[in-house]
Design a protein around this ligand. Structure first.
Ligand code: KIV
Length: 292
């Protein structure tokens, strides 16, 4: 699967999908941030899913998911940590490279993990450069509004597209917990300032996590860049879900904003038990599964 660089894809004239929309159709090249901007102009909604490995990503790519986020939610959903805080840049680089290798059409966004950009713009550029050069992502994501605007500015000036992330920012769990953000006049004003700050700094899109639907709608009307909602109501330009939540693999309590489209945990557990019982009872392998 050939990975075109962001510079190459940005100047290629083919359509990202055989039709005119981001979702649907087979692509002749990778989707770029310019296609994302064009979708906002058309008023088109689009889906984004997380992915952490090549095989899962290839399924979503074939299904036409136009943007995949190699989120640091990999910490909880793939690597077995309790939060996203321990995830390292080495881990994100390895996972992002796998997702890039498994896809040919989707724009792959790599998450900058906690501790890889908070020191300042130069550290952010060094970290983002690794994701672009070593993993081949087309864009990076980082958390924070006003507090991260200098990092966003330098990355964008350096040719690295940035997806911002405001509202609930899980890397700050030790300071803010997992609470709805933007409730009350003061918090709502801060969210609006954060949204404006990341747009002004040059972000091509912004994730709004766990904010009241009315406020997310106001941000979406206010910005020229697309908003990507998770627990932010129906009015954002795009919607993102963590794939293990969406397919029922995560286990345990699922947040209210998640819609489960399958129960993979049940399917996988049933298959594993059936295999085990066949082995224990001697029903597998049969002659059909044997070589001579
Ligand atoms: O890490 C992640 O998966 C995310 C999404 C929830 C937006 O940041």
């Amino acid at each position: 699967m050939t990975q075109l660089s962001a510079a190459q894809t940005g100047t290629t004239s083919g359509s990202p999908s055989d039709g005119r929309t981001l979702y649907g159709g087979k692509g002749t090249r990778r989707i770029t941030v310019r296609d994302i901007a064009a979708a906002k102009e058309r008023g088109e909604k689009w889906p984004m899913l997380t992915a952490y490995d090549a095989m899962t990503a290839s399924v979503f790519d074939e299904a036409g998911i136009p943007v995949m986020l190699v989120g640091d939610s990999a910490g909880n959903c793939h690597l077995g940590y309790d939060t996203t805080v321990p995830v390292t840049l080495d881990e994100m680089t390895m996972l992002s490279a796998a997702v890039v290798r498994g896809t040919s059409r989707a724009l792959i966004v790599g998450d900058l993990p906690f501790g890889s950009y908070q020191e300042g713009p130069v550290q952010a550029l060094r970290s983002a450069t690794r994701l672009v050069k070593e993993a081949g992502v087309g864009a990076v994501k980082l958390e924070g509004g006003e507090r991260s605007h200098r990092q966003i500015e330098l990355l964008v000036e350096s040719g690295i597209p940035v997806m911002a992330h405001i509202g609930l920012t899980p890397q700050s769990v030790n300071a803010m917990g997992y609470r709805v953000q933007g409730r009350g006049e003061e918090a709502a004003q801060q969210l609006l300032r954060d949204a404006k700050a990341v747009q002004d700094a040059g972000a091509f899109a912004v994730v709004l996590e766990l904010v009241p639907a009315e406020l997310a709608a106001e941000v979406t009307r206010m910005l020229q860049i697309p908003t990507v909602g998770i627990g932010a109501g129906a009015e954002t330009d795009a919607q993102v879900l963590v794939w293990t939540d969406m397919l029922g693999l995560t286990g345990g309590r699922v947040p209210k904003f998640v819609k489960q489209y399958a129960d993979l945990r049940e399917v996988m557990s049933g298959a594993a038990k059936a295999f085990a019982e066949d082995v224990v009872g001697g029903a597998f392998p049969t002659e059909a599964h044997s070589v001579h």
